[in-house]
Structure formats: C-alpha cells, structure tokens
Design a protein around this ligand. Sequence first.
Ligand SMILES: Cc1cc2nc3c(=O)[nH]c(=O)nc-3n(C[C@H](O)[C@H](O)[C@H](O)COP(=O)(O)OP(=O)(O)OC[C@H]3O[C@@H](n4cnc5c(N)ncnc54)[C@H](O)[C@@H]3O)c2cc1C
Length: 432
Amino acid sequence: MSGNDGKIYDLLIVGAGASGISAAIAFQKERKALGQKTGQVLILEKNDRVGKKVLATGNGRCNLSNKEMSPAHFHCRQDGFPKTVFSHVTQQDVLSFLSDIGIVTTAEGTKIFPMSKTAASVVDAFRYALDEESVEVVSEAVVDSIVKEDVFKVSCADGRTYFSKKIIVACGGACAPNLGTTGDGYKWLSSLGHKVYAPKPSIVQLETENAVTKALSGLRLDADLTLVADGDVVAGHYGEVLFTDYGLSGPAVLQVSGEVARRIRKDRLTVPMKVCLRLFDEPMLENIRVELTGRRDGFGSRPVEQILLSILPQKIGTMIVKSALDRPLSMPILSLTDQDIERIISTLRSWEFRVLGTKSLDFAQTTIGGADCDEFDPDTMQSKLVSGLYACGEVLDVDGDCGGYNLTWAFASGILAGCSCAFEKAGETSGN
Ligand SMILES: Cc1cc2nc3c(=O)[nH]c(=O)nc-3n(C[C@H](O)[C@H](O)[C@H](O)COP(=O)(O)OP(=O)(O)OC[C@H]3O[C@@H](n4cnc5c(N)ncnc54)[C@H](O)[C@@H]3O)c2cc1C
C-alpha cells in the first residue's frame, strides 16, 4: 500500500522532533535562498502530533540553549564532530533561525528559554513554520524500515510506503519512550550498514545505597556535589540535590549522571563510585566547629541528634549525625569527644553516598550512544556510507550536558542537515 500513490519526495524526514522540524524548515528556506522553488518535503511522525518531546522539555518551559556554549558541554566518541557541526551552524545561527520563525528568547541565569517560558509556544511556532514552508506532515506514521533502492523506500508499520530522493533520520534516541523515542532509528541505520553504539541513559537520577536517602525522601538541599570514581574526582556541580527512595536526584545529580553511565558496562559499574556532598565551605565549617564545641557546655543534656539544630533542617541534621557517629542518637551531647565533633564536621564537608548505578532510559532526558559519528560527514550530516542518507539530533552518538545543550545540538545539526540536503544533489558523496 503506497502512502501517496508512489510520489517521490525531494526529502523525507523521519521524526517531527526538535531536529527533524528544524531540518524541514531549513531545507525549504535554503532552497529559496538558493533561488530554487521549495521542495516536496514530508515528515513522518509516530506520535499524533509534532514536537511532543519539546513540550516536555525544561519542565514545560523549554530550556532551548545556554549562554555558556563550548565544545566541553558535548560528548561524542569523535571529539571534533560536534565542534565542526557548530562551526557551520553556530549558537547565534540557531537563535536567529528560531527568531525567524517567531521564537524570541530570554536568559535566566545562563539558561536560554523562549520569552514566554512556555514550551507550547515553541511547538506552536514550529507548526506555523512547517505550514508556511509547505512541509507535509503525516502523524501516527510509525516508520518500520528504510531501504535504499533507486530512491529511498520508507515503510510504516501499518503497511504504508513512501519514496524519497533523500532522507534525514531525525527520530531521536532511546530515552523517554513514552514520548515516542524507542531507539527505532538504530535498527534502520544498522540495516543500512552503520555502526551503532548501545544506548545508555544520561541526565538521569542516580541509584545509591539508600538507607539515608530513603529516610530523607522528598527533602532537598543545595550542595557542592562531586562524583568520585576509583578515587578520582571525575565530575562536579553545585546545585540542588533531592533525596529519594532509590537514591539521589535533582539538578546537580542529573548534571553528573552521564559520567556514571559511561562507567557502566553490562549493567555493572566498572569502577567503584561515590557521590560526595559538601554542605558548607571551609570558613563556615570552622564556625560550625566552634558552635558545636560550645554546645557541649551550653546544651550538654540535649540528645546528640539535636546537635545540628538550626544549622540544618532537623531530619537532615539527624541523618548527618547518624552517618558520622556509630552510636545511639539519644546519648547526651555532653558525651561527644573532640574526635566525634571532627567526624561530624568531616561529614558536613563530604557526605558520601555509594553509587549503585543510574535509573533506566525510561527516566532519562538524553541518550549516550547511537549512530557512530565517524560514519557521518560533520560538514553536511550526510552518511559516508549511503548517499542521500542524513542523520541529526539525538540518534547520533552525541549527548550534551543538562542546561539547554541537547536542544541546541538538535537544532544546529537539524539545520545543517536540512541546508545540506537543499544544497547537495543526491549522489554527491564518496559513498554508494
Ligand atoms: C523530560 C525531558 C526534558 C528535557 N528537557 C530538555 C531541556 O530543557 N533542554 C534541552 O536542551 N534538552 C532537553 N531534553 C532533551 C531534548 O528534548 C532532546 O535531546 C531533543 O528533543 C532531541 O531532539 P531530536 O529531534 O533528536 O529527537 P526528539 O525530539 O526526541 O524527536 C524525535 C521524534 O521522532 C519520532 N519517532 C521516533 N521513532 C519513530 C518512528 N519509528 N517513526 C516515526 N517517528 C518516530 C518521535 O516520536 C519524536 O517525535 C529533555 C528531554 C526529556 C525527555
């Protein structure tokens, strides 16, 4: 069953997410800039509407970029790949592209949002732009296979088939499957000869030994978090930490989670890892040491579990004392030795949680792994193996830090793929 009576599109894009939509709009705009007519462009989207994941980003506010943009925020086995892509489509190009379709932005700290702070307004602007640029969108079209014959033949799970001269795989990674991204692209790219690295979750909660975190479940604090792997500090971030039944969550934890995932093989950590929370800086710790020592005289008859009263929220203070001292918390403060006070100070300096792993892809915001970038040209996003095949966004082995980097990557790589498709004739590659 043909989805469109055997019509051959100029460009077919799989996935109406951030990268696919950008690619479609960029393709049409580039054609016009090159003095050509707009092309026949089709997007096939599994969900019942476009941009469903974009709607969920930034807690519905869509953190679409970051003022602190540098290659260090992007991770890829081919180090230079994202850097080359951003040399063609810079962050400023991305923001101009968004502005050209009616998305004005504002910064909150270093994070960049739409001025409305509403993801829905980004998706609305996308929908208008797709319409204005005459991009055909077929939703509830679950692509099942992509085969290269004279042109590309794309088959959907319901039997519909579509044909196109060029194709952009923009179907995202394998995290948040409830939003449509179930790693389908890996299968097609593999069948077309591409190497795919197994997906792992990033920007995801951490599972840790949970006796303490469970007791504090739902409570938050600000901390200077470091992640230690086999004795070395491998990542760090200052920010909010949330205690949960299974371990730790919150922005500071999500930010370092990729470093944990990268050290997991076959569901096991390859090295011992711990999260250390510093709750106070050194001058503050010195003040607290003096205060606690004084409390032995001033409040000697109070129970030990109260020694951090008013320094930390009650439950957190109690758990700090419990973690630091191996003795009943009902003992009087008077019984604490100088060493005991030093142990409490040490715990406030570095409260340690043994890491067991990460939560699964289901809970993650981005995917580590995906199609090997070595097999794609970072000047065009075209496959080096199959002429006319392009990929962009999260389906590739590029993941960004938390803070707007993943959407920026999706937009930039999508714009580059779309412009390249407009510019290059199919067949202009060294591949077959
Ligand atoms: C909850 C959440 C919050 C996030 N918040 C932020 C944030 O604030 N800032 C940020 O930078 N990043 C954020 N991210 C990450 C960011 O959303 C993604 O990295 C980005 O959307 C990837 O863009 P993409 O176009 O590659 O894929 P997606 O946006 O995931 O789009 C892929 C599309 O392809 C479709 N598709 C998949 N398989 C098929 C198929 N077989 N047939 C047809 N269509 C298919 C999917 O339904 C989907 O619509 C967040 C992610 C999540 C899950």
